[in-house]
Write a protein that binds this ligand. Sequence first.
Ligand code: NAP
Length: 331
Amino acid sequence: MKILFIGGTGNLSTDCAELLHHRGHKIIVLTRGHSLTPPEYHAVRADRKDAAAMRAALCNQMPDVVINFLGYEPADVQLDHALFAGEVHQYVFISTAAAYAKPPPRLPITEETPLGNPFWDYAQKKEQCENWLLGQWRASRFPVTIVRPSHTYSPRWFPNLVSSSSYTLAARLEAGKPVFVPGDGENPWTLTASSDFAVGLAGLIGNDGAIGEAFHITSDEALTWNQIYAETAAALGVDPPRILKIPVEFICQHCPRLTGTVKGDKANPAIFDNSKTKRFVPEFQCRKSFRDGIRESVEWFRQHPDRKVVSPEADAAFDQVTAAWLAQGGR
Ligand SMILES: NC(=O)c1ccc[n+]([C@@H]2O[C@H](COP(=O)([O-])OP(=O)(O)OC[C@H]3O[C@@H](n4cnc5c(N)ncnc54)[C@H](OP(=O)(O)O)[C@@H]3O)[C@@H](O)[C@H]2O)c1
């Protein structure tokens, strides 16, 4: 099949494109061309927000399947619908597990768990995209499959509460600077390796039964934030790490921009039942433990020291919250 990735060079999508390529599919990757597209794929350049540029870039490239990794608001998926309705066999929308109700009414979270995140506009807009697309499926059989990743990391990421895509958490731990977990740090949280996510996603591609359906694709391993940071520190060789336990409301009060990602996501318990995905994709099994995955991240950064970039915004957020907590006598 000819598979178009809108995105395709990112944290999740890189492994997905690679696996589908290995399975013999022709891969088309649409980006703006700032990132490197592997030479074995067909690279298409356009800003996905620019309807005319998207049309021009794809005029001779109509795929069998589209996987949209860059859909953040209804206008994005409405443009895709205008481009691909009646043309493609399947359109996969990469949504997010953050769209599930927060806090979840019960655990584990299944695809039947209601959506509705009152704290995070990112998740609210993903839900709006899902609803709009499922409306098109019901009205005119637009062949959508919804996929909801939870917190998913590649070896180029260090999962944390503030900024997983930079080296900030690792740099702070290595420098002996404080980081924080929400509350007592004991809420269970699920982290999925992108190589495992890719197996679940690939199995849904060209899978007729998956059309009109929603799936999450996550690990079955849930760790507490205390365990996640302890594993990260151990992988980095930092002993002891400086980890503060800070109430969620205090974090949000002192760094309001973290409200969505902390109160609206990572401070909530997240344990997933993946039996629906396993039913549709029998080969899907998460094989990588976080202990192994985070060691791969450490190793990757040791081999790419130029990529050890600290995000000034993320570092400032850690500083803002931890300094305020320590100033009022917190430990
Ligand atoms: N990681 C998680 O924990 C997680 C959890 C839930 C959901 N998700 C979802 O996963 C998706 C992100 O996947 P990903 O991290 O693998 O990234 P991705 O889709 O591959 O996107 C990153 C690539 O897209 C290109 N790009 C960015 N803006 C663009 C634009 N306006 N037009 C064209 N290309 C553009 C960039 O390349 P250029 O710079 O070359 O353009 C970049 O390398 C999002 O939908 C997110 O909501 C992620």
